[in-house]
Design a protein around this ligand. Structure first.
Ligand SMILES: [Zn+2]
Length: 200
């Protein structure tokens, strides 16, 4: 959990550096104010679980375990595995970055469902990915937002049983890894991206 917080922190810092100059002073302030939400949540959950186990509510613990199991079942795909697949009609790439998409480019043909409004737009995403059997989620690094949104989507489709089984995967190392390995990046402003204007 601490590692998750650290990567979240690193992502925030990265975004800040990208937007403007961030000095040492700002970084110190950020470190002091960073709430470590995952670590706190994990601590809280552990306490709650203890309480529940002691009062004999094993059923809740079992469903928590099932949710954890589903979260673990999300698998990763590497950029080199994904590259030959991106033009296939049965695959959808879902970019859950926030503002970065508009100035960093994107994978050609990818859909944009920003992480900050992801839950509200879940039904639209389900509609947009009808007929696709593989969904590839990514953010900048695919460490926090990408896997989180993939899990939320998995939970959502698991609840609505008539949506058909989808293969839900996360792009390893995210968009930044994709780009730094020299894979094609589209810089069009089309919404949605038509997937045409890629360049190496
Ligand atoms: Zn594009």
């Amino acid at each position: 959990m601490f590692a998750e917080d650290c990567s979240m922190f690193a992502e925030i810092l990265r975004s800040l550096v990208r937007i403007r100059q961030v000095g040492l002073f700002e970084i110190i302030i950020l470190i002091c104010c960073f709430p470590f939400p995952h670590a706190i949540k994990a601590q809280f959950a552990a306490k709650e679980k203890n309480k529940k186990t002691m009062s004999g509510e094993d059923e809740t613990a079992a469903s928590e375990a099932a949710a954890e199991e589903m979260a673990r079942s999300i698998t990763y795909i590497t950029g080199s595995q994904l590259l030959p697949l991106i033009r296939r009609p049965n695959i959808a790439i879902i970019d859950v970055r926030d503002d970065e998409r508009s100035y960093d480019g994107h994978i050609a043909g990818s859909l944009h469902y920003a992480s900050d409004t992801f839950m509200d737009k879940l039904p639209n995403l389900v509609e947009a990915t009808k007929g696709k059997d593989t969904l590839v989620f990514h953010c900048a690094l695919s460490q926090v937002r990408g896997p989180k949104c993939a899990r939320r989507f998995a939970e959502y489709v698991a609840d609505a049983k008539d949506l058909g089984v989808k293969d839900i995967v996360v792009l390893e190392r995210g968009f930044n890894g994709w780009e730094s390995s020299g894979r094609p990046v589209c810089r069009c402003n089309n919404i949605p991206c038509k997937g045409g204007e890629s360049k190496p």
